[in-house]
Design a protein around this ligand. Structure first.
Ligand code: HEC
Length: 156
């Protein structure tokens, strides 16, 4: 009987002590986060950012792309830099990284026409979503194909 009571008391004491420590732990984690020099805004900032031409270029987001609206006759590299690098530069969100032969090997087997088509109309898999024309509908088909050519050339 006394043994059970003692065990219950000990359990209750441990529970109380544990919960009294929680605010201290929270405060420690908070201080560590603030101590790293990051603000809340930094921590919840998006990893990539689209910037429309002519608007403010924004802050130093790691992967940044400008979606330039209705610019004609750009070469593949320009289109890539404007509309594709945000995902394909670093390979975020399941996008095959430019220059990474391993990530492109299977896709290359399907042939350039398939790559063109998927880049134009978009493609989706469990790995991620490739929006039609990289999410920039103002691009001409020629622009998108040129960007694909540019990306494929980077594999050589
Ligand atoms: C929002 C991110 C994002 C942007 C922007 C983007 N892509 Fe993609 N892209 C992806 C993802 C994710 C995949 C992989 C999709 C899959 O395999 O289902 C992909 C796959 C591809 C592929 C391979 C298709 C295939 O057949 O396997 C090509 C080619 C491609 N993108 C071209 C482009 C071009 C050109 C642009 C710019 C005009 C562009 N992408 C912009 C995310 C993006």
């Amino acid at each position: 009987m006394w043994g059970i009571l003692a065990a219950l008391l000990l359990g209750a004491a441990i529970l109380v002590l544990h919960h009294r420590d929680i605010p201290v732990e929270v405060e420690t984690h908070r201080r560590n986060l603030i101590g790293s020099g990051m603000t809340t805004a930094d921590r919840i900032a998006p990893v990539a950012k689209f910037v429309m031409a002519g608007s403010d270029k924004g802050s130093a987001a790691p992967a940044q792309a400008s979606a330039i609206v209705q610019v004609k006759d750009r070469d593949g590299q320009q289109v890539y830099q404007a509309s594709c690098v945000a995902c394909h530069g670093t390979g975020i969100a399941g996008a095959p990284k430019v220059g990474d032969k391993g990530q492109w090997a299977t896709r290359m087997l399907a042939g350039t026409e398939v790559l063109y088509r998927n880049a134009l109309v978009g493609i989706q898999s469990p790995a991620g979503v490739m929006p039609a024309k990289g999410g920039n509908p103002s691009l001409s088909d020629k622009d998108v194909k040129a960007a694909v050519d540019f990306m494929v050339a980077k594999l050589n």
